[in-house]
Design a protein around this ligand. Structure first.
Ligand code: SAM
Ligand code: SF4
Length: 327
């Protein structure tokens, strides 16, 4: 069944990115400011019951895929319980997780048993000192988390690397070798001007077409496909299973095929990463709405979805950090 949610531009909305917290144990400099503590108050967090109710409504409206994200989703206590409840919702076929992996070693098995199938891990550097400079965290914990995820049976495991000029761009070939060695999928991401943090990182922006051209000099790259690959354009390294995706919101935007909305921890539905269009579901949920009213609210929200982001034309537009929306 295709989604019952179609926006004003004919796009089928069948994917929800669900931010379960705006908090994080890292401080990637392009995402969240150092020392930032102005988080959403717990009274405003959607409870697991409320989240299940909203995702249940989306599933009845044809949503088939949900990704848990944040902030760092694993800092929200009881995440495997929430995952189990969502995985059991009728109609939902694909439950996945985006994580920085610092806590994954502890939780990988429980998350897999709860029904999460696929996992994306952010990893911008394989050099401990560079990793620390970017994130303020420890690389060894992330590597332990990755190996635990592999042992727990997640397939595929995708590595997400934000490639930044002069910071980690010299590591792209090493990251390819690392993913070849461990059987991970690799995705490169362009920096987006979200919040001061993202805008400050813009001077490190690198057009990924340059990275692709560089990799093509070292590896034979064939056109690749990746089921459920989202907005990434994929290539495959000849003679290997390795797929490499390029997520290029700035150099080659993909808004005409956008199929998603984002639900933040406070119950706000964001229609686009790069626009302000939003719909507050929390007041409705807490005023005792019926399921029919909730479904109608979601349909109304989808009608607000804008045609495209304006990161290039209006980079100053989005004040919220990526961690607040759910990347
Ligand atoms: N904490 C988890 C993680 O890091 O994977 C999930 C949330 S994080 C906000 C999701 C993704 O957004 C990460 O891959 C991160 O690198 C990316 N991200 C954050 N800020 C960004 C920015 N300004 N530009 C591009 N990607 C960004
Ligand atoms: Fe945390 Fe992920 Fe943002 Fe890094 S990118 S600060 S890990 S939410």
């Amino acid at each position: 069944m295709s989604s019952l949610l179609t926006d004003r531009f004919g796009r089928n909305i069948e994917y929800v990115r669900l931010s379960v917290t705006d908090r994080c144990d890292l401080r990637c400099f392009y995402c969240m400011p150092r020392g930032f503590r102005d988080f959403e108050i717990p009274e405003h967090w959607l409870s697991f019951d409320e989240i299940e109710r909203v995702i249940g409504a989306f599933a009845r409206l044809g949503t088939r895929r949900v990704r848990l994200t944040g902030g760092e989703p694993l800092v929200r206590h009881g995440l495997p319980d929430l995952a189990r409840r969502l995985a059991a919702l009728p109609g939902l076929e694909d439950l996945s997780l985006s994580t920085n992996a610092t806590r994954l070693a502890r939780h990988a098995e429980a998350l897999r048993a709860a029904g999460i199938q696929r996992i994306n891990v952010s990893l911008d550097s394989l050099v401990p000192e560079t990793f620390r400079q970017i994130t303020r965290g420890r690389l060894d914990k992330v590597l332990d988390g990755l190996m635990a995820a592999r042992a727990a049976g997640f397939r595929p495991i995708k590595i997400n690397m934000v490639v930044m000029k002069g910071i980690n761009d010299h590591e792209v070939e090493d990251m390819v070798e690392f993913c070849l060695e461990h059987g991970f999928t690799l995705r490169f991401i362009e920096t987006m001007p979200m919040g001061d943090t993202g805008r400050n990182a813009s001077d490190r922006y690198l057009d990924l077409r340059e990275v692709r051209a560089r990799l093509a000099r070292r590896f034979e790259l064939l056109p690749g496909v990746m089921p459920g690959g989202g907005p990434a354009r994929y290539v495959q390294v000849a003679g290997t299973e390795l797929r490499i995706g390029f997520i290029t919101p700035i150099s080659q935007h993909f808004c005409d095929t956008c199929n998603r909305v984002r639900l933040s921890v406070d119950g706000t539905l964001y229609m686009c990463l790069g626009q302000e269009h939003r719909f507050e579901l929390r007041p409705l949920l807490r005023s005792g709405c019926t399921d029919t009213e909730l479904e109608q609210a979601i349909r109304d929200a989808i009608n607000l979805k804008p045609e495209r982001h304006e990161f290039t034309e209006k980079p100053e537009k989005i004040l919220r950090f990526m961690s607040m929306t759910g990347g």
